[in-house]
Structures are given as structure tokens and as C-alpha cells.
Design a protein around this ligand. Structure first.
Ligand SMILES: Cc1ncc(COP(=O)(O)O)c(C=O)c1O
Length: 418
């Protein structure tokens, strides 16, 4: 790195898990059919959804909406009609007492986290330094590199609960989870990327309680959750309280290219997001919001989630788990109970090579996965577990997914054979 770059820049231009992930995604895109990409976070291309968004796009072209919104900057809080549609949906579906000033649009959730993490952590105006606490790891790779001050994240190890059929589930270790006075915020993804874990109602209410009494925001990353995209396999209730910062995104509904995130939070936090948006991007992009407005306003998005998105991923995950059973025969493996999101989190205890080495061997065979150690942002100390796991996306073409799982089985066996 050029030593004349700023310290601020050095947080971004050095090696990072997020960069590796996105580079792999770009490489896989360029390689086309030659690479079996089970690494990235792209959602599935579900034909019924694609048809729906194409129809919406055509309607915006025909009725003049496209000309109207593409020719102007939206306000830094986002497209007003979309904000109203989201407010109405949250009031109708969950009874949340939210107004338009509780909601802001961003350039995708990743951008929401950049704003939120840097709002609540680092050296603060009162002279204190604050940190972001993650009650559970593994956690989303994208959190690792976005706080401007180094070492802003603090994470905990989970408890591991063993279930039937080689499945297990991570649980928040509440006795070990206390919030120090220098906690700036707490963050969880629900469902969790990479594991497919869904924190249960009891875990969520305890987190709401702990953060309320410590007077820190609880950021809930809902990139896969309800009301949309709804990639959660059992009934789940979202939580709301004045100090909850609820993050949504249109990406996993099928529009990752349109970079649309939504934050629902106290008006003073939304005000701060407006300011960040204005300075970073002037205004947020309107196209995602415009395509989704009618779907959200009419509630049609809930039908699409229930009838199209959720059944699609439910079938995909069932297939992927059965392929593991078939192709991992004789291997000591565990799979995290897939309760939501689009990934299988595979654990090979006592794997004689690291997950990083397994990743490299799989990549050499044209199969991309993500090695597990990237998903422990902020976790201090070494924990062998983090080198024994990989994340595998099951959102892509089923033939490819089965092929990838077969190759993973072959490479794990080969590692054991030395
Ligand atoms: C848990 C989680 N949060 C946030 C994001 C970022 O989503 P967006 O495309 O809205 O930036 C992702 C993307 O993979 C994710 O998995």
C-alpha cells in the first residue's frame, strides 16, 4: 500500500474478507459456466420474481414514472412514496407505531452498516471511545471492515447445541454476554449470514432488554428476514422497540444490483442517516424504491414472499441438505440447522487442513465457497472451530450446487487421506 495513503484509507485498501468475497464473485461472473460459484451472496434468479420486476419496470417506463424519478435527485431520506409504503406495511402487518420520519433509504444494507457502525463506534463527541458488540459469532463478513476505527468490533463465541441428523445450532451465551459502559451498539443478523441461524423469540427479547437497560441501540440486520424477502422457514416475529434499528434490503428479494437498503429507527437516528446520505451520495438511487413501491403499498410483496420466495428456498435447502447426506457419506461433518438465509454452514471437526486451505483446493477445482474464519469479526483469541467451517450458498443452479457439494466431499476425504 502506498504509505502516502491516509490511515482512513488503509482501513479499506488492505486485504479484507469482504473484498475477497466480492472479487470471487466478479471472477465467477467473468468465468461464466466454468466456475461453480457457491461462494457469493447473490440471491437466486427466481423466474416468477424476475417477471414481476420486469413488468414493474415496463410500467414505470410507460406511465412516465421513470422519466420523473431518473431526472431528479431524491431527498437524502429516500423516495417519499416508498417511505410511505414501507411505513404503512409495518403499521398494518406488525402494528409498529412508525411514521415516515422513522424510515430512511440507503444505497444497500452494506451502506446502512457503514453509517450506523460509524455513528455509534469510535471516538465520540463526549470524549469516550465506544465499541460495537456482536452477541454471537459466526456473523456477517460485511461487518468486519466497515468501522473506520480499527478494532471497533467485539464479539462472543456461541454455545453449540447439537441436534439430530448431524445438525447443530449456535446459541447466544447469555451468561457471558454483558455490556460494558463503552458499548456503542449491539448488532445481530437474523437470519444470520453465514449460518442460517434465526435467533429465537426468547433470545431476541433478552437482547432487547439488555440493550434497553444499557441504553444502546440494537441493530437488527434483516437482509433475509420478514416482512421481505422472508427467507425464514419457520414463523418469526420481528421485534420493535424505540432503541431497535431495523435494517431491511431489497437485495435478497432479487434486486442486489439496484442497491436499496431501508433503515427503520428512531427519528434522531434517521436524521443522522439523512446527513450521511447527503454527504456521501447526495441522494439515494430511486429505481429500486420505485420498482418496489406498489408491491409494498399493496401488500403484494407478502404474497410473493409466501407463495414464491419462501417455497423456492425451502426446496433448495432441503435438496442441499440431502446432497450433503449423499456426498459426505463416511465424513465427520455437521451442518448448522438451516432456519433461513441462503447458505449451508458446514462444520468438519478436526479437519486436518484449515478451511482456508480447503477453500484454495476447492477453487483449484472450480468450486467457490467462503472459508469460515472470515465470519468471526471482532472475536479475540484463536478458536480452532473457525478454521473448521465453510459457507456454501444453495441459491444457485441446483445442478451446480449438487456438483459443488460432491466436490467438497471429495476434497474433505482427500484431506483426511493426507
Ligand atoms: C446479513 C447481510 N446483511 C447485509 C447484507 C448486505 O446487503 P445489501 O445488498 O443490501 O448491501 C448482506 C449481503 O449479503 C447480508 O448477507
Amino acid at each position: 500500500m502506498d504509505p502516502r495513503y491516509s490511515v482512513f484509507a488503509s482501513r479499506f485498501v488492505g486485504p479484507s474478507g469482504t473484498r475477497l468475497l466480492m472479487d470471487d464473485l466478479g471472477e465467477a461472473l467473468a468465468a461464466g459456466e466454468d466456475l461453480c460459484n457457491l461462494g457469493g451472496g447473490n440471491p437466486a434468479r427466481i423466474p416468477a420474481l424476475q417477471a414481476l420486476f420486469r413488468a414493474r419496470l415496463r410500467a414505470t417506463l410507460d406511465d412516465g414514472t421513470f422519466d420523473r424519478v431518473s431526472g431528479v435527485y431524491d431527498g437524502p431520506q429516500g423516495n417519499r412514496e416508498f417511505l410511505r409504503a414501507v411505513r404503512d406495511l409495518l403499521r398494518r402487518e406488525y402494528g409498529w407505531p412508525v411514521e415516515v420520519d422513522h424510515i430512511a433509504v440507503t444505497a444497500g444494507s452494506q451502506s446502512s452498516f457503514f453509517i450506523l457502525f460509524n455513528l455509534f463506534t469510535g471516538h465520540c463527541v463526549d470524549g469516550r471511545r465506544r465499541y460495537l458488540d456482536l452477541p454471537l459469532t459466526p456473523e456477517y463478513i460485511g461487518y468486519a471492515d466497515i468501522a473506520i476505527e480499527a478494532d471497533a468490533l467485539r464479539a462472543r463465541r456461541p454455545l453449540i447445541e447439537h441436534l439430530d441428523a448431524r445438525q447443530f445450532k449456535y446459541r447466544v451465551d447469555f451468561p457471558a454476554f454483558d455490556l460494558a459502559a463503552d458499548s456503542g451498539a449491539v448488532c445481530v443478523s437474523r437470519p444470520t449470514n453465514p449460518t442460517g441461524n434465526v435467533l429465537d423469540a426468547d433470545e431476541m427479547s433478552r437482547l432487547v432488554e439488555i440493550t434497553a437497560s444499557a441504553d444502546v441501540p440494537l441493530i437488527v440486520d434483516n437482509a433475509y428476514g420478514v416482512p421481505f424477502p422472508g427467507i425464514v422457514f419457520d414463523a418469526v416475529e420481528p421485534v420493535w422497540a424505540e432503541h431497535v434499528v431495523y435494517c431491511l434490503s431489497l437485495s435478497k428479494l432479487g434486486l442486489p444490483g439496484l442497491r436499496t437498503g431501508i433503515v427503520v429507527a428512531r427519528p434522531d437516528i434517521i436524521e443522522a442517516i439523512r446527513s450521511f446520505n447527503a454527504i456521501l451520495t447526495l441522494a439515494t438511487g430511486s429505481l429500486g424504491a420505485v420498482l418496489a413501491t406498489d408491491l409494498v403499498a399493496s401488500g403484494e410483496v407478502l404474497r410473493v414472499v409466501t407463495e414464491v420466495v419462501r417455497p423456492y428456498y425451502r426446496q433448495r435447502v432441503a435438496d442441499a441438505v440431502s446432497w450433503c447426506a449423499r456426498h459426505f457419506d463416511g465424513i465427520d461433518y455437521h451442518v448448522h440447522k438451516p432456519e433461513g438465509a441462503i447458505f449451508l454452514w458446514l462444520w468438519f471437526p478436526d479437519l486436518p487442513i484449515t478451511a482456508q486451505e480447503l477453500y484454495a483446493r476447492l477453487k483449484a477445482r472450480g468450486v467457490l465457497v467462503i472459508p469460515g474464519h472470515f465470519f468471526f469479526p471482532g472475536l479475540a483469541g484463536d478458536w480452532p472451530h473457525r478454521h473448521q467451517c465453510i459457507r456454501v450458498s444453495y441459491a444457485q443452479d441446483p445442478v451446480q450446487v449438487e456438483h459443488g457439494i460432491r466436490v467438497i466431499g471429495e476434497e474433505v476425504r482427500r484431506a483426511w487421506q493426507g
